[in-house]
Design a protein around this ligand. Sequence first.
Ligand SMILES: [Mn+2]
Length: 321
Amino acid sequence: MNSIEEIAKVLRRIKSAVIFTHMRPDGDTLGCGMALHRAFSLIGVRSEVVNEGEIPEKFSFLEGMREIKRSPTFDAEVFITVDTSGEARLGALEPLYRAGAKKKTTVNIDHHISNGRYAKYNFVRDRASNAENVLALINALGVEAKGEIADFLMLGMVTDSGSFSHSDVDGDTFRAAAAAADGGADISKISYETMKRQSKARAQMFLETASALRYFSDDSLAIALVSLSMLKKYGLSPDCTEGIVDFALTIDCVQVSVSLLEVKKGQYKASFRSKGRVDVNAVAHTFGGGGHRLASGCMFFGEPEEIYDKIRYAVFQHTEE
Ligand SMILES: [Mn+2]
């Protein structure tokens, strides 16, 4: 691994860079990409941020997001990836990245411990958000996190840390957030726009789903179901179901929360969340999926009632006494 100073030294000498962000982009990858892009413009490096897909609407309140391109528009000297644990996370841009990486300098700035250190220069440090690492890089480039840069970094920190509530949040997270706040980041707007705001239709769908929540195993297991017909009724797309699985975990007696999203007739995408007594990675693994101990996912085929039974049994098998 390289130090942030080493990487800053390399980047201070370059003329151009393309900054790659990961597929199904979140606030961290986009915030890191845009913050670095703005920092480059202040030190005379031509750069652009690319992402393979649509930029979620909830990030559009930050105007700079409109500048993000689907693929590189010029032949840059350096390829940089941010918040991207492996090349496959670049989605449709992976082949282009790999082809370019053969002859270009590559830089990888990330916070996932699983990161494969696939670039020539790698800085991987376990932090609540990668925005904390990008802040260190920007400072090492001699740029202060002010104005838009502060907003982009705060976006990464707020979203990846669950509004500074996840277990990996520590003093360093707050020191980085303090620097962004000192630079003028609008934390209240950023958290409202990205963590709270929703459409009326989404709120109605959520309330209907929550009131139909099914409880099993002495109320320690809760399952929410979002059918295709419900999405149709409210005119919503499947990404509006994000966050539904987290709701039931707020209930005292619930140890495991599951959401089932119907993706095709009789086919359900399941998300699992656990408070700790149940290893939901093992549960999802039973059905060909996986993830982490406390958060995982898999696919189910069949009727909801049969699926509930399967989940109930698998959760029972993986409950620690
Ligand atoms: Mn991240």
